[in-house]
Design a protein around this ligand. Sequence first.
Ligand code: NAP
Length: 314
Amino acid sequence: MAEAKDVYTFADLKDWAAVAVDLDLPARFSVFGDPVNHSRSPQMHNRGLKAAGVGSQYVRLHILPEELDDALDALKGAGFIGINVTIPHKGAVFEAVDDMTEVARRIGAVNTVAIDGDQLIGHNTDAPGMKRAIREEFSIDLTDLRIMLIGAGGGAGKAAAVQCAMDQCERLVLVNRTVEKAEALVADLDDLFVDPDKLEGPVDRLVAIPWEEKAMERELDQIDLIINATSVGMKRTDPEVVPSHLIRPHHLVYDMVYAPARTRLMADAEAAGARAANGLGMLLWQGALSFEFWLNEEAPIEAMREGLLACLNE
Ligand code: NAP
């Protein structure tokens, strides 16, 4: 019996029965990416699979863009139950699946696939993962919040915006350096902001603004939750995501960045008396929701959290 390799390739997948014959546990779950060796999903999921007594394991597959369609086909005969999809495949897998959940359809990207016979069913757990993380961190639901989302032009920002809109949040202010992308998203989401139970207030419920101090200042008094969905904050030399003097004690601040664990935005928020959290919970909950999508049982969240924390602290 052999332990799984750190990374497998498309050539391995094509010959999976022979390649996996010696594995101590059958590989039924995987992450597809290019690159993929940085993915911490195996450490998180393998703890969860063990804790739940599933009797199989999760492996990394390095799949190049030109191999993707054939790799998805090869999965069907190889005994896999589900995969996650990471950079750069989320858009291409959206095009390739046979069916998908409404949230994935709205986002236009798939990060989770369940293999059901010869059908591939897509889902996007990044967005509901963020929702669960925010509930866990701040004990409040998106539906009750006035939200400013910074970085609405990226993949994570779009996913978050769709979830906020599907949950009928009180207000959604989309901020982006390239404001045209935020404006396009407003046009996409407009139909979700017609809840007759929510009274129209003095300010628009859904707006796009540029990533500029004056524009943000005008909105921030009418905001409860600030979400950073840009990559700003990953480097020490990065600029402020929100000018620190604009953060108020009533703000909740969610930074999708999780490395470093305490970003400049979080430090600024805490200095202003606001509550702040990093993106680790989102990473954890997107994994937990993938687990539930594949196995139709509650994810062992504490075991998965331990697996994730252990590898982040390595
Ligand atoms: P992306 O597609 O590259 O999106 C980048 C977004 O950030 C765009 O809106 C972009 O604005 C904005 N941006 C980038 N650099 C900027 C700068 N210097 N100044 C102002 N705006 C800037 O990235 P992504 O995949 O959506 O990821 C965004 C962040 O979320 C990353 O930090 C990623 O690690 C994090 N993330 C975390 C999780 C989690 O589980 N915690 C999951 C997914 C992503 P323009 O449109 O103007 O270019």
